[in-house]
Design a protein around this ligand. Structure first.
Ligand SMILES: Cc1cc2nc3c(=O)[nH]c(=O)nc-3n(C[C@H](O)[C@H](O)[C@H](O)COP(=O)(O)OP(=O)(O)OC[C@H]3O[C@@H](n4cnc5c(N)ncnc54)[C@H](O)[C@@H]3O)c2cc1C
Length: 223
């Protein structure tokens, strides 16, 4: 018996389902769990299965960016309540980018933040809610407020460091809505799949459809 024989076990199956999630960990800042390392698409690519739309990776603009602290989504609703995006000099930069300022579409806001961060005098980007009513902000965003308090930040009174974060993967293993891929016997469901029905951008509850509805349809092929 060789070393590999002890490590690898061949399991013959008439149907194999890939359901191992997104690829967020390919980027330095992501809202995704540690398991999203991209091995789902990568393994089947090596087997010659068709992938598509790999560039369709929507970012969320404002994820907490504190070294050593788990990235936390600071909801778009904070900008909806009037939060400003400011650079390291305290300057609001979105007003020069788009008339909608921080309420511009997420890809525009994410791109503008990224430019501030890597520009010649890039020194970080912050979400500034200091001009808003503190008690209201804390009651409006209690979970975010509690998370920030635990690391010594005050959502309503501090400049909260943020960065765009990889959030969702619209591309992946090309699959029909019942999970069938270009390889007979291989199904892909959930975020690893690319059914194409949502286009390039993530919308609310994409994953409900991709994971739950299409997942159930895939089981019809198995049973
Ligand atoms: C912060 C955040 C908020 C979100 N909010 C929403 C929302 O409001 N509405 C919505 O619809 N979606 C939302 N999503 C997206 C949604 O959570 C995901 O798209 C969905 O959970 C993906 O489900 P999945 O089953 O495809 O993959 P996952 O839930 O990622 O499950 C994949 C599983 O595969 C395992 N795995 C990975 N690699 C391997 C391997 N090589 N071998 C064996 N196992 C492996 C992992 O450990 C994991 O258990 C959000 C995501 C995040 C991160």
């Amino acid at each position: 018996m060789t070393g590999w024989d002890r490590l690898l076990h061949l399991i013959a199956a008439p149907v194999t389902v890939r359901a191992n999630g997104g690829v967020g960990q390919l980027w330095p800042v992501t809202s995704n769990p540690a398991s999203t390392t991209g091995d789902g698409p990568e393994i089947v690519l090596r087997a010659g299965v068709t992938l598509a739309d790999l560039e369709f990776a929507p970012f969320r603009p404002t994820v907490l960016n504190v070294p050593g602290v788990r990235p936390l989504l600071i909801s778009e609703a904070a900008r909806g309540e009037g939060a400003w995006l400011v650079n390291g000099h305290g300057k609001r930069f979105m007003t020069a980018v788009d008339p909608r300022a921080g309420l511009a579409p997420k890809n525009i806001v994410s791109g503008a933040i990224q430019k501030q961060m890597v520009g010649p005098d890039g020194s970080g980007v912050f979400l500034d809610l200091c001009h808003l009513d503190g008690p209201f902000i804390r009651s409006r965003f209690p979970t975010i407020d509690a998370h920030l308090s635990a690391i010594g930040l005050d959502l309503a009174r501090d400049l909260n460091p943020v960065a765009p974060a990889a959030h969702y993967f619209m591309g992946g293993v090309v699959a029909a809505i019942d999970g069938r891929t270009s390889m007979l016997g291989l199904l892909a469901v959930g975020e690893v799949s690319c059914t194409g029905i949502h286009g390039a951008n993530r919308l609310a509850s994409n994953s409900l459809l991709e994971g739950l509805v299409f997942g159930i349809k895939a089981t019809d092929l198995i049973t």
